[in-house]
Design a protein around this ligand. Structure first.
Ligand code: UGA
Length: 447
């Protein structure tokens, strides 16, 4: 049997998931409360930028394997597996706001009341440990009047990187299934077996609480790895001849450590790491545990902004009256997402010094405008952004920025100077201009 899939929440997680299932002959029906998003999806226009998604959406709509639902009732009637992919924003105190998850579960459960078939709810939204077994299960049973066995429930975390979401759905390192009972776990496992066929990734089948913890521990560990190398980068800057890139390379050769997520830079941003790290700290505090390590990685992440400002000041002298070009606004390359972007944090800080800021990004200009408004000048090309400027700061490592050469800086800038916050450049190639980089010993940086 090929299962029919319902996807609630068609954002960065849900839309790629829906299109991926639909591209492998599953029948998929998606729902979102954002009408603007729905209109754009119906017109085969992805509301977000995600590699390969535009083409896939067009294809699955044409093939009629994916359609947009108008109600929860329709989703429940036309599918038997429902993936809940709605947002879980942070409350001001760092805890997780579950209102969208609860609302989706309530609505699905109300409709479940009216159907006989066994159906499975799969929560993909990141939720605190214990939420599936304690909160979600009670909502389903109260609202649907069904007992476990008549319905199924799993927490199935996503490990998708924005910009690589489709790749990560088709080629995951592993699938974690946190099943509330055996039948639910077996059901979801079968869905994935049908999706992956002969190339089934490793599976960990466990209870929902472990699966919920795995999601948080995974992200907090990766953020810790980045903060660790950023701490080392600050040390490197104080040692002539030291270079964090080489240090990362060396420690990354140890198989127990690995090279990935050891790129020093402005720190971690995006819609996941900052939110999940804060929530993790909060669970620890609520349980009276000393999560000093987590506090430290947040502190290091903040200090990288100050570190960049210090390097910038050393390059240009006093900021007042200067023009600074910022290349890169997205929180990382390959996406138009600017949520918790370190680049925007840096711009906010720089603006306090009365500087004129010009910005460029290949994909994120529109989204950045909603946050930065008229406080900066938006540029369509790199050349336009560099012209008449006193300092260029590369804040996101888009591949097009790798092509920048010192001749280009000399041609367009008033005072050519480059601050490499994402370690894109070979300092040797920038000997004729003022150059500094995060994690690069001062002597090398031309001081
Ligand atoms: C992250 C995780 O990588 C995914 O596995 C997870 O599913 C996702 O969060 C989520 O919880 O939904 P994402 O936020 O898309 O994915 O971005 P990453 O590629 O992990 O990068 C996060 C931040 O860390 C970015 O600001 C990036 O610039 C920064 N970073 C990453 C570094 O500064 N150095 C590195 O070496 C790697």
């Amino acid at each position: 049997m090929i299962y029919r899939i319902g996807v609630i929440g068609l954002g960065y997680v849900g839309l790629p998931l829906a299109c991926a299932f639909a591209s492998r002959s599953f029948k998929v029906i998606g729902l979102d409360t954002d009408l603007e998003k729905i209109e754009s999806i119906k017109n085969a226009e992805t509301p977000i930028y995600e590699e390969g998604l535009q083409e896939l959406l067009k294809k699955v709509l044409e093939d009629k394997t994916f359609k947009v639902a108008s109600s929860y009732k329709e989703v429940v009637e036309e599918a038997e597996v429902y993936f809940i992919c709605v947002g879980t924003p942070s409350n001001p105190d760092g805890s997780v706001d579950l209102k969208y998850v609860k609302e989706a579960v309530e609505m699905l459960s109300e409709s479940l009341k009216r159907v006989e078939k066994y159906s499975l709810l799969v929560v993909r939204s990141t939720i605190p440990p214990g939420t599936t077994s304690n909160i979600i299960r009670s909502i389903v049973e109260e609202r649907s009047g069904k007992k476990l066995g008549e319905y199924g429930l799993c927490f199935n975390p996503e490990f998708l990187r924005e910009g690589n979401a489709l790749h990560d759905i088709f080629n995951p390192d592993r699938i974690i299934i946190g099943a509330i009972d055996e039948k639910s776990g077996a059901f979801l496992l079968d869905v994935y077996k049908k999706f992956h066929g002969d190339s089934m990734p490793p599976i960990l089948l466990t209870n929902p609480t472990n699966a919920e913890l795995i999601k948080y521990a995974n992200n907090v560990f990766l953020a810790t790895k980045i903060s660790f190398i950023n701490m080392v980068s600050q040390l490197c800057q104080n040692l002539p001849d030291a270079d964090v890139k080489i240090v990362a390379e060396g420690i990354g050769m140890d198989k127990r450590i690995g090279r990935e997520f050891l790129n020093a830079g402005l720190g971690w941003g995006g819609s996941c790491f900052p939110k999940d790290v804060k929530a993790f700290l909060r669970f620890g505090e609520e349980m009276g545990l000393d999560f000093g390590l987590v506090k430290s990685i947040i502190k290091i992440n903040e200090s990288q902004i100050k570190n960049a400002i210090k390097l910038a000041e050393e390059l240009v002298g006093r900021f007042k009256g200067k023009t600074i070009s910022i290349l890169g606004l997205a929180f990382k390359p390959g996406t138009d997402d600017v949520r918790e972007s370190r680049s925007i944090r840096l711009i906010d800080e720089l603006l306090k010094y009365n500087v004129k800021i010009k910005v460029h990004d290949p994909k994120a200009l529109e989204k950045a405008k909603k946050i930065l408004g008229d406080r900066v000048i938006y540029c369509r090309t790199i050349e336009e952004c560099l012209s008449n400027s006193d300092l260029c700061i590369v804040a996101t490592e888009w591949s097009e920025y790798k092509e920048i050469k010192q001749e280009m800086l000399k041609k367009y800038m008033r005072n050519p100077a480059l601050l490499d916050c994402r370690r894109l450049y070979d300092p040797e190639q920038f000997k004729d201009v003022r150059f500094a980089a995060i994690g690069l010993g001062y002597k090398k940086a031309g001081h």
